[in-house]
Design a protein around this ligand. Sequence first.
Ligand code: GLN
Length: 767
Amino acid sequence: MSVKAALARTTGNVLTWGLRRLAHRPAGNLPGKVALAIDPELIADLRSKLAVGSVVIVGTNGKTSVTNLVADAFEADGRSIICNRTGANLQTGVASALLQGHPAEWGVFESDELWLARTLPQLKAQYVVLLNLFRDQLDRCGEIRVIQDSIAQALKSSPSTTLIYNADDPQCAAIAEVIPNSTIAFGVDEPMGLEQNTVADASMCQRCAGMVSYHWRQYGQLGSYYCETCGFERPALDVAATQVNLGARELSFAVEDRRTHATATLTSPQSTPYLVYNLLAAWTLMEAVGIPTPVFQQAVDAFNPRNGRLQAYTVGSHPVLLNLAKNPTGFNQNLKIVEQDQSPKAVAFFINDQIADGRDISWIWDIDFEELASQPGTVVFAGGQRKNDLQLRLKYAGISAELVEGMEEVFAWMASTPGYKNAPAYAIANYTALPPVHEELDRLAQRNGEGVALAEAAAPAAAEAAESQATDELEVAESQAAPSQASTSVTADESAVPAEDPVPSAAPDAEQGTDPVRIVHLFPDLLNLYGDGGNVRALAQRLRWRGIPVEVEAVRFEDEVDLTQADLVFLGGAPDREQRLASQRVMAMKDELAAYVEADGVLLAICGGYQMLGRIWLLGDDEVEGLGILPMETKRPGTARERLVDNMVLASPLATRPVVAYENHAGRTYLDAGVEPFGTVLSSVGCGNSEESHADGARYRNVLGTYGHGPLLPKNPEVADWLLTQALERHSQRTGTAFAPLAPLDDSVEWAANDVMVQRLGVKSEA
Ligand code: GLN
């Protein structure tokens, strides 16, 4: 061992002792962090503590649960392990676990996706298990492709590592395709027959510039996919699940290792589709390392990590289920669990926006909260640092949610409301919002006498797929900034109609004989990564609330559209590849779009959509021709900052109050002289068009282009109503029917959400 390595080890050990003994902290990250600063190769050195080797679990959702389950199974099989069980999953967390653990046979580690590139080259694990890749923390990675590239790079740096991966996820299969490592593909070889959600990732082929098709889809982008253009398809499964039975109280399925013909049946007292994938991934690993199925099944039966992942409690006489959800796919899966329970119930959502959560919470507009609105007797509460945004999102889903600080207020409301005295409650929180709710429920359940073990609980059960609660959250937040590749009483509002989903299509709600206002949402299957569909939801709802009939037409990549019949056209943002593909369709409509704009058609274009309105936009060194509707160009200057990613507050002539939004883009847009921007940047953070511009977006006739996601319109109702006013004007010219001017709405929820960010970014409200 080198002197440097010895010094790093000693320092790490002393720090661990100090943190645990003196500061009573779990020391999950800091010792590793300091020791790695002394010896950056520390993990390679500490690897010698592991007699046999190691496995690393990565993936957006489910890694803490799978890591803990795998660790339990290794131990049940009599294998000694070192494991970062609490979910400190950065390089520092793995180093800390290795520093602190006694020499063992195996290392079982959870790793953050982007940090695998740092950890794996040193750890040289035998197996990496890749569970799935969903949109998550986009402020950190910009686009999902950045994560894919990083994971592929990590695996290339450790060619002896075998990748066990979810072949049902095209984004995982794309990684397996480009690495030299040996691979084991697992997947579910039959449709599970699940209801689909509005927004999914990876609608574009991973290999070519075509769209991907599905024989069947499970949830999110998982399923049996194929590309008609290039032949990319779900790889042949080495390990397959079939005969999936998602019962109300038990899950079972058959597994087969098609290479060895080993078969088994797995069961779990918890029953959700993502658990099928988690168990399948873990079983595949068990087969690889030779842990017998009965031992694994025992670990599954006994699994109860009590870390807030589908943790059940009894508080008073309420069965309570707590779970983590931190991205649209995780949230949508959670909503399905809630919806299984048809009884009157309380549901509380908690959303924070710390670094570890992702600063941008636009993704809440990609969750299908509308489903809850149709559940009678479901009362909804909103909590966490971004509770106002959540309340706003729920409002547009037709749900009136009261703001709460914690679960105690929810129970107080239930105690005083007939019909809810013994009703179940659900708490769903994102990453840093979870620990306080978890602690609160632990305390409340203890007051009750005892917490109830998961398997005995009355609430429907299962295990969420997601990252772990960081027990030493501060340390995580601190180190998670890098390595960034880019630099009461509530009642369901029965009168409210859930907003039409912008995807796949929305039915007209026009009264007979009245020509509705027509909103055209262009290519939501490609331009949908940053929550922009929320703008369409907002526009449609703000018309409905005023009794104005509206029809939303979601135009998919394959569809045709007639813009002469449109009153408002919406184009959202996207990663580069998707944007480029969508631009082919947009360019094919060039003349039609130009005519629409010149006839005072209303067009809102955000980020990627906005860039396409200019003469050219640059993708790397590639020039892509744009529509030329706005006199501007978009370039990639390759400055110190790869992407501009931040909150921003603008002053716009379209609004009397500050406009709040979130930007996340690599392109910088330069307006020709004389072009009106959407607004000037008031906040010290946020750039808009470019670092130098101090302005965002552009305006021309009824065209509004902006870098502002957020989504923009619900939090800036004046801008929404400006667009709608122009759309009504266009509608009356088009149809000869005039609707009354827009009646004022109660926008207090909108302004509260707006104001939180205005205050936080230090901008005066009277801008
Ligand atoms: N792909 C474009 C860019 O990075 C647009 C991104 C977006 O729409 N958020 O500049």
